[in-house]
Design a binder for this molecule. Structure first.
Ligand code: FES
Ligand SMILES: [Fe+2]
Length: 372
């Protein structure tokens, strides 16, 4: 037998595993937070939770900073929306903060707090490492670790090129899945399930073959497209006046450990997904769609975007629903078994994902087959 073991079933539902991976996996690695274009104006912000840590990424007069999204006074959330534009001022008693997290102003300080400059410094918000790869914004909560370029390795230049090329945002959304975040990630790391789960959708869109490459927990899966979708996209490109990315013309899929997946369709559409851990058996799947830029430098009109979204949404939604049903079925069954499942050669991307995860949570790293 050349198959490898999957993870222990309890790794998919135990609270103790979930608690340790929130720190050891999420806080210790670079996590994708959003795109630079969401943060172009002074006071633009995005918020996210990384592990146990609420984070706000905000533009302060042109410079980006990632800070703890918790007020130093009585711990209210500083920014409460996922994305927006407002100064970094607490909505409770209006304490405000600067780019480096230092306390900027405290109403009634002279009469009721008498905070000195040193006190204000001590009440600074924690600031986190922030780095860009093209327009991809990454944040790391833990102070120590590799640079973003070291962490991404060969994927640094790939992501940089993608963000320069696929820059026309056409839509986004999210889904709630009753599964552990790892089960959600695993649904996109192999095409072995396509015949069983997507006979009427993905199977008609791409072939069930996959050429794979790895760098640490990150991986690539290149799957040839069927002819019909290639034709459809060719027509769409002509109509939309957009130019195909010549490097990635099939269904090219990248996974950036621990929870970012990027699928490219025929060098035309980029679908980006993150799998956000919400609880041991609950995750939020966020997706973001971007198209290649137009040849005439113009922005695609809202009406055309809406038409593409309507078309793609239906397809995307059906496929994700098919994946959700089977992922939730696996999740439920984990409680009834106490031995790990098996992974074949066609599931090597999952094996590498698990290997990086095991290293992070200090379990023994699994041996990766030498013939892979
Ligand atoms: S809790 Fe933030 S100012 Fe009071
Ligand atoms: Fe799937």
């Amino acid at each position: 037998m050349i198959a490898n073991q999957s993870l222990q079933p309890k790794a998919y539902y135990e609270s103790s595993t979930f608690d340790s991976e929130r720190v050891d996996v999420f806080e210790n690695n670079w996590i994708f937070a959003g795109f630079e274009e969401q943060l172009t104006n002074d006071n633009d912000f995005i918020t996210l939770t990384i592990g146990n840590t609420p984070v706000v990424v905000q533009n302060f007069k042109g410079q980006l900073s990632a800070l703890l999204n918790v007020c130093s006074h009585r711990r209210a959330q500083l920014q409460s929306e996922p994305q927006g534009n407002r100064p970094l001022r607490c909505p409770y008693h209006c304490w405000s903060f600067k780019r480096d997290g230092a306390l900027a102003s405290v109403p009634q300080n002279n009469t009721d707090f008498k905070l000195t400059q040193d006190d204000k410094k001590r009440l600074s918000l924690r600031q986190f490492d922030l780095a860009l790869c093209g327009s991809f914004v990454f944040v790391r909560v833990s102070k120590n670790g590799p640079t973003l370029a070291e962490f991404l390795g060969p994927y640094f230049s790939i992501l940089k090129e993608l963000s320069a090329n696929f820059c026309d945002s056409v839509g986004k959304g999210s889904y709630d899945w009753q599964t552990n975040w790892k089960i959600a990630c695993e649904t996109v790391l192999e095409v072995y399930h396509v015949a069983g789960v997507h006979p009427e959708t993905f199977a008609k869109f791409a072939k069930a073959e996959c050429e794979i490459q790895f760098f640490n927990g990150h991986s690539t899966g290149n799957t040839p497209l069927q002819n019909a979708p290639k034709k459809w996209w060719e027509g769409a490109r002509e109509y939309l006046k957009i130019k195909q990315n010549q490097e990635y013309t099939e269904y090219n899929h990248f996974f950036i450990y621990p929870n970012l997946a990027i699928g490219l369709t025929n060098g035309t559409l980029m679908s980006l997904q993150t799998y956000e851990p919400i609880g041991p058996t609950r995750s939020k799947l966020n997706f973001n769609l971007k198209m290649v830029q137009r040849t005439d430098g113009k922005k695609t009109s809202e009406a055309v975007k809406a038409a593409i979204m309507a078309n793609f949404n239906e397809f995307n939604h059906t496929i994700l629903e098919e994946d959700r049903v089977v992922a939730e079925s696996c999740q439920k069954s984990m409680l009834s078994v106490d031995t790990p499942g098996v992974l074949g050669k066609c599931e090597d991307r999952i094996l590498h994902f698990h290997s990086a995860w095991k290293q992070d949570i200090n379990q023994d790293s699994i041996q990766v087959r030498e013939d892979s």
